[in-house]
Write a protein that binds this ligand. Structure first.
Ligand code: PLP
Length: 388
């Protein structure tokens, strides 16, 4: 009887997952095959490789690795996180179908759901994900998909999937999650019964602020359908982006573990400073979702947010004084970043609409990097108003 293969951990899988042991003479680092088209046998369509089909050597390598990391049957890499969300939805719904979505989602996804899907005859109902029975009440005969994001951008709320999974299963709906904030190091939704996982790989998965990419994960047949959509709608990634994504993934576990530790220390420090009115971090015991985060996540994440005493004006002065944190959109990389969702991801909502979903003016989203926590804390301390 063949020996049972030992199950490897996430750090090992991030480096070796999904690929065969290299043969003598092969590069330890995978070769970049920067080509759009590939030599093909004649007399057959078998083996046809083309970058837009998502079947090139660098795409296939990184797709296999991502599937192992998330515990999914298959993965598809695309040219952006939004490309991933769009293609996943195209593969799941068609005109006449209905989607129930959490209203706490990334601004770009919200625009897709508010403006573009309805224009294609796909109705979307938004629900407050914490409202008891809210999801169930929104489901209709033609509902096909339940969509959510957790942890939520930018409020860092953490949703409990248990009842949603039961409801989705009993009604035959696809449960789809944007798991960008967690990364597979902190949460693997498929282990919790989710059908489709989406990531903006621009963020933690790559981790170096230098590529735009997205991933869809799910069953083999579903990923095949998403790949068909990608081949037609054209959101395929360039081989070099796939190569950089594979390189970034190798350090995923160490980066995210360090980000978890740094964010915890910074959140604890911020929660004790009277110049900071509110700290949003699920690792803090007084966070509304701390218990669910403690039970379901393997780490509380590198994303947090603060609200300063003095609101929007104080936030702008604070941003002007920061020296290590960079004021920039995006998240999940090695550099610590800070941004104001009112001018970035949630700029298209009114001040009142933002407040209603927990993002008042002056709300500062912080993506904690892998610098020394002491230095990041010192940077925040010197940027806060000095007269207490
Ligand atoms: C949670 C979340 N999902 C999706 C996206 C979209 O990803 P991309 O910018 O790679 O298209 C973002 C981007 O900020 C995000 O934060």
């Amino acid at each position: 009887m063949a020996a049972k293969k030992r199950k490897t951990g996430i750090s090992t899988n991030a480096i070796h997952g999904g690929v065969d042991s290299p043969v003598a003479g092969a590069g330890v680092s995978a070769a970049l095959v920067q080509s759009v088209n590939y030599v093909q046998d004649f007399g057959t369509s078998e083996g046809m490789m083309y970058t837009r089909y998502g079947n090139t050597p660098n795409a296939e390598r990184v797709q296999k690795r991502l599937a192992v990391l998330e515990g999914a049957e298959a993965a598809l890499v695309l040219s952006s996180g939004m490309g991933a969300t769009c293609c996943a939805m195209l593969a799941l719904v068609r005109s006449g179908d209905h989607v129930v979505s959490s209203s706490w989602i990334y601004g770009g996804t919200r625009r897709l759901f508010m403006e573009d899907l309805p224009g294609m005859g796909i109705e979307v109902t938004f629900v407050n994900p914490m409202e008891p029975r809210g999801w169930r009440k929104a489901v209709k005969k033609n509902t096909r998909v339940i969509f959510l994001e957790s942890p939520v951008n930018p409020t860092c709320r953490v949703l409990d999937l248990t009842s949603l999974r039961t409801m989705a299963e009993s009604k035959g709906l696809a449960l789809v999650i944007d798991s960008t904030f967690a990364s597979p190091v902190n949460f693997r939704p498929i282990e919790h019964g989710v059908d489709v996982v989406i990531h903006s790989a621009t963020k933690y998965l790559n981790g170096h602020h230098d590529i735009l990419a997205g991933v869809i994960l799910g069953t083999e047949p579903f990923i095949e359908e998403a790949r068909r959509k990608m081949a037609v709608w054209g959101q395929a990634p360039d081989p070099f982006a796939c190569w950089l994504l594979e390189r970034g993934l190798k350090t995923l576990a160490v980066r995210v573990e360090r980000q978890n530790e740094n964010a915890m220390r910074i959140a604890e420090w911020c929660s004790k400073d009277p110049r900071i009115a509110r700290v949003h971090y699920p690792g803090l015991p007084d966070h509304p979702d701390h218990e669910i985060a403690r039970k379901t996540l393997d780490g509380y994440g590198g994303m947090m947010a603060i609200e300063l005493v003095g609101g929007g004006g104080a936030a702008e002065a604070f941003l002007g004084r920061l020296e290590i944190f960079t004021h920039a959109a995006s998240l999940g990389g090695v550099d610590s970043l800070v941004s104001e969702p009112r001018y970035t991801s949630h700029e298209f909502l009114s001040s009142e609409e933002r407040s209603a979903i927990g993002i008042p003016d002056g709300f500062l989203r912080m993506s904690i990097g892998i610098e020394d926590a002491d230095d990041l804390i010192a940077d925040i301390e010197q940027a806060l108003p000095q007269q207490r």
